[in-house]
Design a protein around this ligand. Structure first.
Ligand code: CP
Length: 321
């Protein structure tokens, strides 16, 4: 495993290895002494060109729990504000000896450019690029689903039905989830207003619907997406009230879900828009648990990329890119 750029690069074995490793990491995180010495002497750089709370902090916590040194780099307040290019930023990180670069960038494809341009030797982890992908979010979502929907046995999500609802057009979370869940055998239905369904969704491994109510009753998990008004032309968006009425999850609508179904959201939430506060805080909601699981999943990703602990045999099986 050299980089983690897209869930589309992961075979089922790769994804299961990441999820199984994250299970082990979760047990480490629950110990009184949470640290492993595995990445001592290695440096992880968090290179964030866009705002983040959950992803940046959980990558930092994950790296520290593996005893890596962590450098946090935010574009605001750096020489990027003076016009420094991605290439020169990468060369600077290379000169400082970064072993892994966790990058969030507003431009789709920026992490792949960093991985493939030859400016830097580090492992690259995509922490969200434009409206393209957010692979560690999808992995932590699958991890959370597995813990609730397949807690024992082979832990498989085969045949499980997942509804991903809302602003799919601008969502990197939706694409990464659609690709990963299909690889894991789950059946995904994207539900969105016509103006927020991506052009080209026909090539995704999903069903689509414009009718949330008809999809809920047959869903094992419903994932509400943030309405990304900051990326949106007003013409695309009906009105907050109309949107909530047709695509928001409130208690009345949540009652249509099967008893075992879980409610998810990647955060940050627009409470009152795509999800009401009482649903977000309900017993069916696993939103806070998703954040906890994010640390374990990111520990697993950093461990598999940086530790070199795998034997050549398993490396051959699990080489991700
Ligand atoms: N889910 C997610 O990516 O949240 P942040 O933007 O806070 O990192």
């Amino acid at each position: 495993m050299r980089h983690l750029l897209s869930t589309g690069d992961l075979s089922r074995d790769d994804a299961v290895l990441l999820l199984d490793t994250a299970e082990e990491m979760l047990s480490v995180a629950q110990r009184p002494i949470k640290k492993l010495p595995t990445l001592r002497g290695q440096t992880v750089v968090n290179l964030f060109f866009e705002d983040s709370t959950r992803t940046r902090i959980s990558f930092e916590a994950a790296a520290k729990r593996l005893s890596a040194d962590v450098i946090n780099f935010a574009a605001k307040g750096s020489s990027v504000s003076k016009g420094e290019s991605l290439k020169d930023t990468a060369l600077t990180l290379q000169a400082m000896g970064a072993d892994a670069v966790v990058i969030r960038h507003g431009a789709s494809g920026a992490p792949a450019r960093l991985a493939r341009a030859g400016w830097i030797d580090s492992a690259i982890l995509n922490a969200g690029d434009g409206s393209h992908e957010h692979p560690t979010q999808a992995l932590l979502d699958a991890f959370t689903m597995r813990r609730h929907l397949a807690p024992s046995g082979d832990r498989s999500l085969e045949g499980r039905r997942v509804a991903i609802v809302g602003d799919v057009l601008h969502s990197r979370v939706a694409r990464s989830n659609a690709l990963l869940l299909a690889t894991l055998g789950a059946e995904v239905t994207l539900v969105a207003p016509p103006t927020l369904m991506p052009y080209g969704v026909g090539s995704w491994p999903v069903e689509t619907s414009y009718d949330l109510d008809s999809v809920l009753a047959k869903s094992d998990a419903v994932m509400m997406l943030r309405v990304q008004t900051e990326r949106m032309n007003a013409a695309f968006f009906p009105s907050a009230r109309e949107y909530s009425r047709r695509y928001g999850l409130d208690t009345k609508r949540m009652a249509k879900l099967p008893d075992h179904a879980i409610v998810m959201h990647p955060g940050p939430m627009n409470r009152g828009m795509e999800i009401t506060a009482d649903v977000a805080d309900s017993v069916r909601s696993v939103i806070v648990e998703q954040v906890t699981n994010g640390v374990a999943v990111r520990m697993a990703a950093l461990y598999l990329l940086l530790s070199g602990a795998r034997t050549p045999e398993t490396a051959a099986t699990h080489d991700l890119t």
